[in-house]
Design a protein around this ligand. Sequence first.
Ligand code: ADP
Length: 493
Amino acid sequence: MSQSNNDSFYSSKEFHNFFKNSPRSLVLKADAPRFTILAVSDNYLNLVHKQRGEILGKGLFEAFPGSEGDPSEQNSVQSSFMRVITTREPDELPIFKYEIVVDNTGKKETHYWTNLNEPIFDEEGNVADLINTTTNITGRIRLEQAVEESEARFRIMAEGTNIFIAMADQESNAIYFNRAWSRLTGRSVEDLMAYGWVDLLHPEDKERYLKIYLDAFKVKGPFHGDFRILNKDGEYRWLLADGSARWHTDGSFAGYVSASIDITEQKQSEQRKNDFISMVSHELKTPLTSIKSFVQVLQRKAQKDGDELTVSMLDKADKQVSRMTTLINGFLNVSRLESAQIFIDYKHFDLAELIKETEEDTLAHISSHKVVFAPVEPTIVNADRDKIAQVIQNLISNAAKYSPQSSTIQVACTTQDGKAVVSVKDEGRGISETDLPKLFERYYRVESDENRHIAGFGIGLYLSGEIIKRHDGEIWAESKVDEGSTFYFTLPV
Ligand code: ADP
């Protein structure tokens, strides 16, 4: 549309009222290099913190000294105006940086605007005036700068450390490995990202660790796992990884960031300790077996002689020897577990029958507590019968160990959602929330004055946990301090 180059038209009341509320900013006369301001919108006045009277009728760069920029520079306001005049086409400056006085203290701030300039033609078809639309994008730019800075900070941190840092997107594709990863593996980041890291996992750890890793993407919670990875010298190193879910600002899941440390030395010293415990336990068992048989021979002799006192003392000695044997077997089991020598002998059997046997055994051995067994429906499971028996016995003996004499212990077994759920409930001292998640760790014992007087090494629950895990079951405890605890485990039916 052609418009007349009529200054009085712009200064008319009608035009003023119309343009005042326009989303556009200025009407400028194309009288380069002055660019007289013919009309201005409220929108623009708010943006530049000016009154209409201060700028109307002035040249643009007279009203805003310094805003013209270098006319030879592509990104200056002046050069944009000149392009509109010569090309007769609209022109846009995508980002225009401007120092602006924001308050009456004279304080200056850098603002970022976009600047769109459009031509208005006179009757001869020449560019007579310009319409300018200035939009404030300072908020968006500052946000982008903040993101860039935080990204840069993260990279400096991640690249400078010896911790192995990696990131994956929401589909579990690796999207970042820091330099420590390349130093360890001798592989380029690109290579590692193209699933190269999976190729480097130890064959024995691959399936287990990938399960931990990929399962985390389903629940989007933290993950924790160790694995061996081949280094550039062809040796396996143990890494311990901790992963945290990442989230986009809109709350959607972004993937994971993981930090791993080298725990090879710890693993080796653990191995030495295990070997040592295993060796000591073996050595201790031999004399114990001899002691036990001597005690039994003496017992028979004392019985024959009718020496009641000796019989009862030898009986106590025999019990102590049995206790010691159980403890030593516990340690042997731990070291077997660690070196993956524990063998699960799967057979189909009825859990109800096993619990019946446990009941008879318990009633014969535990007189200090009231142990109540709920009736159990026939429940066929495919599991290692002896090991499951060991777990139930362990839970019952713990319940007796950690609850007052004559209190009740309840044992039950039900079927829920295709799983057998065995529970052992006591009325004991209970377990605090901080201790609950750690009970199944190796050598973990709750530290308390009462506990100090109760013998134990903190391996019973660890062994039980490992046995149940190897059956694809779950084991956990629920408890309230001073109100008792219930231990549960499940087995697939
Ligand atoms: P131990 O009994 O030899 O110390 P466990 O592995 O069987 O080792 O148990 C670990 C710890 O868990 C115990 O030291 C005890 O503090 C706590 N605990 C186990 N069972 C119970 C229970 N029924 N009530 C309260 N605390 C328990």
